[in-house]
Write a protein that binds this ligand. Structure first.
Ligand code: ATP
Length: 236
């Protein structure tokens, strides 16, 4: 089966600063792939380059269509979802309004089913539907960010450090939710994370990014057992 996402030779940066050099990775149908890396390794830059927020060279093919050269909103229409870093919710809007914003591009008659699905996937959000997003806990806001991105029914969801700022138990719960959503909806996910221990529990495949290069790749369990990953990212 052809992959959902195939990235080759991805090079990107900011002005004259090149951050990513020759990054290659693939995400298969229904897969969760994680990119691990320390602060400043280029994880956020990778997602920005994929979703079209910064210019890039190379090749990024989503379900057979080249994305480079297309604007960010065109990439979203082709099925690329992005749950950005730092709880990208509209804090003054309610949970329900945030979810509806996520479904703006859906045909109007599909919105009720998409809302039902979002609350079905994240039942914790149901009693909070009329609460302003800014008054949710950190974990609830991360769930809302993911649920909102899923409203657009992406083929592939990009997730930027969903564990950021969360306590370990909340992170564990959120990652279990991500794995369940992936299994139930079949949505492929590309996740960038500093929290290797949590991310490797749910990843089918993973890559380690250092200074804008991929230096190591393998299945989630291969990486979790790799001595240099254990030393550098798992603190073992
Ligand atoms: P973190 O976990 O700290 O967010 P990261 O792996 O996501 O790290 P990036 O945010 O991709 O790292 O940053 C990679 C490099 O690009 C860093 O050296 C950073 O200083 C630089 N950088 C990031 N954003 C910009 C920008 N808007 N303009 C210039 N340089 C930037």
């Amino acid at each position: 089966m052809s992959p959902v996402l195939e990235v080759r030779g991805l090079t990107a940066g900011y002005g004259s600063l090149t951050v990513l050099r020759d990054v290659g990775l693939t995400v298969g149908e229904g897969e969760i792939v994680v990119v691990l890396g320390a602060n400043g390794a280029g994880k956020t830059t990778t997602l920005r380059a994929l979703s079209g927020l910064i210019p890039a060279q190379g090749s990024v093919v989503l379900s057979g269509t080249e994305l480079l050269g297309r604007k960010a909103d065109a990439r979203a229409r082709l099925g690329l979802g992005h749950a950005p870093e730092g709880r990208g919710t509209f804090t003054d809007l309610t949970v329900d309004e945030n979810l509806r914003m996520g479904g703006l591009r859906l045909p109007r008659n599909e919105l009720p089913a998409a809302l039902d699905q979002a609350y079905g996937l994240f039942p914790q959000l149901t009693p909070l539907r009329d609460r302003a997003a800014g008054r949710l806990s950190g974990g609830e806001q991360q769930m809302l960010t993911v649920a909102r991105a899923l409203m657009a029914r992406p083929r592939l969801l990009l997730l930027d450090e969903p564990s950021m700022g969360l306590a370990p138990q909340i992170t564990a719960n959120l990652f279990a939710e991500l794995r369940r959503v992936n299994a139930e909806s079949g949505t492929a996910m590309l996740l960038v994370e500093q929290n290797a221990a949590a991310a490797l529990t749910i990843a089918h495949h993973g890559h380690v990014l250092e200074s804008g290069h991929i230096v190591l790749s393998g299945t989630g369990s291969q990486l979790a057992g790799n001595p240099s990953v254990r030393r550098a990212y798992l603190g073992v």
